[in-house]
Design a protein. Structure first.
Length: 260
């Protein structure tokens, strides 16, 4: 069977974003997402017990559905906290188990403004980690989050080009979009990225227009959008549900490439 991937798709992907507290919970959520019409699963492993973060455990999880998996572990990890060195071995295990994508934060090993370090030693270590992930057969997403800061289109492009040059296969940034002017700039940004980038990109926004940016993104070049199965008390993100995303994408008969 052809292996599914977040990379090299003809259509944008809608992925479940989930922070399970066990692999069993993750598998159940993945099955629900598949039934909703998700194209992939993005698992934040920050709440998983350390004993469940094994190659066999991750491999078993990925057998739950016929969808590609992305693994994420930011500095809010319940057990490893903000210790960058402590978290990466678990992501490498996920890559070894067959993950399609591993998320590497842009300021890994040297926290920096806009989550993109320029520290030479940290950049060297990032590139070494990316080589290890690639050697295990996984793609690399480099991500930067600044949901309280609005950036101009050219600033976003420059930011993502730095990510690309470090070896990323997918480029990701999250910015603020809280005013009419920032929303207009977000649209201009996505159109610029679609024209100028030779890698898949993820452009997301927080703030008053965050949900609108997410719905429009796939039609303006965004490669992956994140969604939820259902809302619960833990939800703090502006993601739509997978079902809502699917209804919009399946009935929005327009995109920037074919505008007639």
């Amino acid at each position: 069977m052809l292996k599914r991937s977040f990379v090299g798709r003809q259509e944008p992907a809608v992925a479940l974003l989930y922070s399970p507290e066990s692999l069993a919970e993750a598998a159940a959520a993945a099955r629900s997402a598949e039934a909703d019409g998700a194209d992939g699963i993005a698992v934040e492993i920050s709440n998983l017990p350390l004993e469940e973060r094994s190659v066999d455990g991750f491999r078993g999880l990925m057998k739950a559905v016929c969808l590609p998996f992305m693994f994420i572990d930011y500095r809010k990890d319940k057990f490893c906290g903000a210790d960058d060195d402590a978290r990466q071995p678990y992501l490498l295990k996920a890559a070894e188990a067959g993950a399609d994508v591993i998320d590497v934060i842009g300021d890994l090993y040297a926290p920096a403004p806009r989550e993109l370090t320029m520290d030479p030693a940290a950049v060297k270590r990032q590139k070494a980690l990316i080589r290890k992930i690639h050697a295990r057969g996984a793609h690399v997403l480099i991500s930067s989050h600044m949901p309280q800061e609005a950036l101009k289109a050219e600033e976003v492009l420059d930011h993502l080009l730095v990510q690309r040059d470090r070896g990323a296969d997918i480029l990701k940034i999250v910015v603020k979009c809280d005013s009419d002017e920032e929303f207009a700039e977000s649209v201009r940004t996505m159109l610029l990225l679609r024209r100028e980038l030779d890698k898949p990109f993820i452009y997301l926004a927080g703030g008053r227009f965050g949900r609108a940016v997410r719905y429009l993104g796939p039609k303006l070049g965004v490669a992956v959008e994140f969604a939820v199965h259902d809302y619960d008390a833990r939800g703090v993100y502006p993601q739509p549900t997978i079902r809502s995303f699917r209804q919009v994408l399946d009935n929005f008969h327009w995109d920037a490439e074919n505008s007639l």
